[in-house]
Design a protein around this ligand. Structure first.
Ligand code: 6PG
Length: 245
């Protein structure tokens, strides 16, 4: 999986990785706001991005970013209410949004408490309303993580959602988790101007090597389905995650 719009950036420590990701997010927000008047960013769940969100909520980033023009979305969600400890919305709220001057209406949460399919329909309608007239919404920035099994967002190995070309948001039952998830689909993620994978830790090294250097098998390694249509993709890694590359 190599292409000219792909770059791989490796950092010595987790601190440097998080600092660089925060600078990239801030620069992307400045660029999008000056060009389009707003910055539409999709955030990831999981544990890796939490320190990034905390960094963005602290100075100098808190003041550098014009939060009034930032719209935050989620790439995936669990079927839980927004107050549940497994909620990605809650994680983003406690790490970032409750500490920054962002208007409440700029935070676009997936209503997981409605159940997977209803939540997906609801979010798809919300996106259609916000991205009126677009065949696929083009977010300015999509942040993704990668699970040990090669999943990204809630695109898990073997899921039909990996190949869904029609819907923007899908809710489905993930057998291996014995749980329902809601996720943006590859056409939406791939249409972003910039896709950033944030990956840290030696536990990710073998899978990451398979994803970046191995044969193309997105059913087995869903992160391989993420290939920008016309934007760029940046793999931001700490040295442990990058150890096998
Ligand atoms: C989620 C995610 C998921 C995550 C990976 C990596 O809701 O859990 O969006 O795709 O990014 O599982 O998670 P970690 O950062 O915890 O390793």
């Amino acid at each position: 999986m190599q292409s000219s719009n792909q770059s791989i950036m490796t950092y010595e420590s987790l601190e440097e990785l998080i600092e660089a990701a925060a600078r990239r997010f801030s620069a992307a927000s400045t660029d999008a706001i000056s060009r389009f008047g707003r910055f539409n960013a999709v955030l990831a769940g999981g544990s890796t991005p939490r320190p990034l969100y905390e960094k963005l909520a602290a100075e100098p980033f808190r003041s550098q970013i014009d939060w009034s023009e930032v719209h935050l979305f989620l790439g995936d969600e669990r079927c839980v209410p927004p107050t549940h400890q497994e909620s990605n919305y809650l994680m983003v709220k406690t790490a970032l949004t409750e500490h920054i001057p962002i208007p409440e209406e700029n935070i676009h949460r997936i209503p997981g408490e409605l159940g997977a399919e209803a939540a997906a329909d609801h979010y798809q309608k919300e996106l259609q309303n916000l991205f009126k007239g677009c065949s696929t919404p083009a977010f300015d920035f999509v942040l993704l993580g990668m699970g040990d099994d090669g999943h990204t967002a809630s695109l898990f190995p073997g899921a039909a959602a990996i190949h869904d070309e029609k819907r923007w948001v899908v809710g489905y039952y993930v057998n291996k988790l014995d749980a329902w998830r809601i996720t943006l689909t590859p056409p939406v993620l791939n249409a972003a101007r910039q896709i950033v994978f944030l990956i840290a830790g030696g536990g990710k090294a073998v899978r990451l090597h398979e994803i970046l250097r191995g044969p193309f098998q997105p059913d087995h390694l869903p992160a391989q389905a993420i290939q920008p249509t016309s934007g760029q993709i940046v793999w931001m890694l700490d040295k442990h995650a990058a150890a096998n590359l």
